[in-house]
Design a binder for this molecule. Structure first.
Ligand code: NAP
Ligand code: MG
Length: 482
């Protein structure tokens, strides 16, 4: 059995207690992917010390020198695209096409953030004193901890690590346990280009154990997290004790509003993509459709017919349209919500069960599921399921649609489908989310623009775009008399 180690202070090493955990392929749970270092408090503390020691010289390097290392990492990633896509599919379950698209987007974000990191502009000012001037500079935080989820194991790590390092910080990455191999392979690229020891560290294993050490440490100067709202709240509370700055990208319950004038064919295709790509496991996946009553019946028929055509299977098979969900725990959570939906009295339009025949029984397969006649307050309409389950809510008019769309605790992404310019503009202004879309799937995003949610979907500065580096810096002001 292949064993994968932590990367601390430039060395690949077992955890201090030599313990490991296993990772399995969600398309075939009989296939063990490997054994990974199961870190303890001491491992994390050694990584924190290494990152603190490395900070001095890394932060003093020029941005161009740092960019030079990261461009080489990027070149390796481009060369190893196929290997990465196979690993992501094997660990996460998504189709090879989806894995490749994740890597393309990671490459684009890396390129963007490397360039952005070479333009850390400050300001200069003529002061109120004679023969004096003042300037403000953006300086690194110090050592940052980066905690990532399993749904975009490469992309989220890139989106955080690259701006953090470009700004002059050193980093400790704690990846989701279910997708540790992608993280190992990503960190191998930094090792290949001989990044100075301690600048990048990887600690794998139990999230709450490692998370507790990181968030309670006075030697960590910032923490960027993507994952569930539940864990985000724990992190925020721990970090507050030492006033550690946090960036939290959390869950969603993203609506797609369909008005009666919409092109239903286009809207239904965008919704099926938004709801079932990556088996519905995007933080920005569409999970609620809010439709005007006049077109509800036609829309439901179209959604149902397009959904039933999705071919479910092992993500590594080229004909697969939707892979398994990521692990037994996910499968159980999703199945449990389907049962809740049935009990709550929603109408099951399609899907509704696991696939358990033949090869399917080895993996975590669930049919893409649509419930109609869902009401605003049902649990399937308000709680994040994070799987291929779509709830359809019928409303009387645009105002009611807007109110239902906003009436959840989350605020990550939304979509509206309409040809009415005024209503689209009103939606853009009044939808309570971090990103919204007109006639496009709720999951669409571009690397050059900021990304982040409101309400219980996130806190702290956004990621990505020209502001993506801001979280990883603070302002320092200097006054000069001459
Ligand atoms: P999760 O359970 O919150 O885990 C995320 C990460 O936190 C993992 O690395 C996990 O490690 C670690 N962790 C677990 N408990 C912790 C603790 N007490 N302290 C610190 N870290 C801890 O989320 P997930 O199940 O991996 O991912 C799905 C969630 O992520 C969904 O809610 C989804 O909406 C959200 N998400 C949001 C965005 C966004 O940008 N807004 C993007 C993608 C996903 P282990 O794996 O070892 O438990
Ligand atoms: Mg989880």
């Amino acid at each position: 059995m292949k064993q994968w180690q932590n990367y601390i202070n430039g060395n690949w090493q077992n955890s201090i207690c030599n313990e490991t955990f296993e990772e399995k392929n969600p398309a075939d749970l009989t296939e063990v992917i490997g054994e990974f270092a199961s870190s303890k408090k001491e491992d994390v503390e050694i990584a924190i010390t290494a990152a603190n020691t490395a900070f001095g010289s890394w932060s003093k390097m020029s941005a161009l020198e740092r960019a030079d290392y990261l461009k080489q990492v990027l070149d390796w990633l481009k060369k190893e695209k196929m290997t990465f896509s196979e690993i992501i599919t094997m660990e996460n379950g998504k189709t090879l096409k989806e894995s490749l698209s994740e890597i393309d987007s990671a490459i684009y974000e890396m390129e963007f953030q490397i360039h952005q990191g070479c333009r850390l502009y400050g300001t200069t000012l003529q002061t109120n004193k004679k023969l004096a001037m003042a300037m403000s500079m953006k300086v690194p935080l110090g050592v940052v901890a980066i905690i990532t989820p399993w749904n975009f194991p490469l992309n989220v790590a890139c989106r955080k690590m690259i701006p953090a390092l470009m700004a002059g910080n050193t980093a400790i990455l704690k990846p989701a346990s279910l997708t540790s191999l992608t993280a190992v392979k990503f960190i191998e690229l930094f090792d290949k280009v001989h990044i100075p020891k301690g600048v990048v560290n990887l600690v794998m294993g139990n999230g709450s154990l490692i998370g507790d050490v990181l968030t309670n440490s006075t030697k960590i100067n910032g923490l960027s997290f993507t994952g569930s709202t539940e864990v985000g709240l724990i992190i925020q509370k721990n970090a507050a004790k030492n006033l550690m700055p946090t960036q939290l990208e959390l869950g969603g319950k993203n609506p797609a509003v369909v008005l009666k004038d919409a092109d239903l064919d286009e809207a239904s295709s965008a919704i099926v993509l938004g709801a079932f790509a990556c088996s519905g496991q995007w933080c920005t996946s569409t999970s609620r459709v809010i439709v005007e009553k006049e077109v509800a019946k036609d829309l439901v028929e179209m959604l149902k017919s397009k959904t039933q055509k999705i071919k479910i299977g092992n993500g590594s098979h080229p004909e697969t349209g939707m892979g398994p969900v990521c692990g037994i725990k996910q499968l159980e959570t999703i199945s449990n919500y389907i049962t809740i939906g049935k009990k709550e009295g929603a109408t099951l339009c399609c899907g509704g069960d696991q696939l358990t025949e033949g090869d399917y029984k080895k993996g975590c397969f669930v049919k893409p599921t649509i419930f109609s006649e869902v009401t605003e307050k049902m649990r399937i309409a308000t709680e994040e399921i994070f799987g291929p389950v779509l709830s359809i809510i019928i409303v009387n008019n645009f105002d009611e649609a807007l109110s239902v769309a906003n009436n959840v605790k989350y605020g990550l992404s939304s979509s509206i489908f309409t040809k009415d310019f005024s209503k689209a503009m009103r939606f853009i202004q009044e939808t309570k989310v971090g990103l919204t879309h007109v006639n496009m799937p709720s999951a669409y995003k571009e690397p050059a623009l900021p990304f982040g949610g409101v309400k219980m979907s996130g806190a702290g500065l956004p990621e990505a775009g020209t502001v993506g580096i801001d979280f990883f810096t603070k302002h320092k002001v200097a006054y000069l008399q001459y």
